[in-house]
Design a protein around this ligand. Sequence first.
Ligand code: GMT
Length: 398
Amino acid sequence: MPEIKRKSTVKKPAKPTAKALAKRRVRRKLKIGISCYAHFGGSGVVATELARELAHRGHEIHLIASHLPFRMRTFEPNIYFHEATPAHYPVFEDAPSNLALAAKMVEVTENYMLDVLHVHYAMPFATSAYLAKQIMLPRSLGVVTTLHGTDITVVGAEPSLFRVTQFSIQSSDRVTAVSRYLKERAEETFGITKPIEVIYNFVDPKVFAPRRESRIRVGGPGTKVLMHASNFRAVKNIPVVIQVFAEVRKKMQAKLVMVGDGPEKAGAEQLARELGVQRDVLFLGNQDLMEEMLSLADVFLLPSSSESFGLVALEAMCAEVPVVTSNAGGLPEVVEHGFTGFLHDPQHVAGHTASVLKLLQNDTLRRTMGRRGRRVAMERFGAEEQIERYVQVYESLR
Ligand code: GMT
């Protein structure tokens, strides 16, 4: 698909009026419980960044998770962490972690008088929250469930989880989804009749900022860097990343930096050897500081076969790194073809390769698209608007 020369179609959000700002200032501060997966993954990142943004606005946040979420790197005022540790006993085949989570939700809600419990990723969090709510009856507790992606797309195809997930989503007081695509998938797959509000993921432009000079260099002068970062699951289409890079490497001096870990990593290392590019592919494993990683990249490649939003694509855009990605799922809601990056069918190796080469061989185009990406990230996916919408959801439940 050719590059389209036009202005972004994205509308700038209207600036809040002085009256609206004054109203926000006199709002009562909320006590919010937030539950999420603590290990690497976009839903945990969104939950943690949301906690941080809400805490900055003076709300009291209680994080409830199996361990401290990985993006919670420093102590933050107004954020309290509660570890949900399951009991281990020889009779149990598996430690009952979902029950431990429900018990911790009850304990924290009662001890800290929470106003609302916001869970990220339907399974098992919405189910544990439902149970916690029932245990506390007649005390009422508003439960908000945010759908993130594989909790709908993968779990929806898993019979052992389907009915419980469906029931738990439907029983939540408010449901949000991170893209229009995901909202529609949840409605189709689970027949959810409850209104699902789309609240996009957001990014902090102070953290994900372009760095002209990186501390670290990959390759010699003139070497361009292609980057991929994910949890190396099948949906990330990892073989296509390696195949595209092998094609790019035939045409120019370049390195591929692979950030993350997961089941597809060993296969990717093997494929890189088979295609003779192993010396130019750096598998860095999981890295805490994605913002520093992105400062190494010239182009970001994410050819996922399924992706509800693609938070890492947004982080790359915000750091002025253009994105070559697939047209799957919610990605077209984040990356605009020919404007902030390029979109192709997930398996279209030649299409992805042509776009990567176009960007790596044309510094002006790469920088222009990078700058547009940051602008779109700030205008359309800025924290202010999305946090305000979450706060309105919480307030509707008080
Ligand atoms: O990418 C994953 O599979 C992890 C998953 C998660 O929950 O951690 O990510 C999902 O949620 C992210 C945050 O909302 C989205 O940016 C990802 O697109 C989504 N992943 C998929 O849909 C595959």
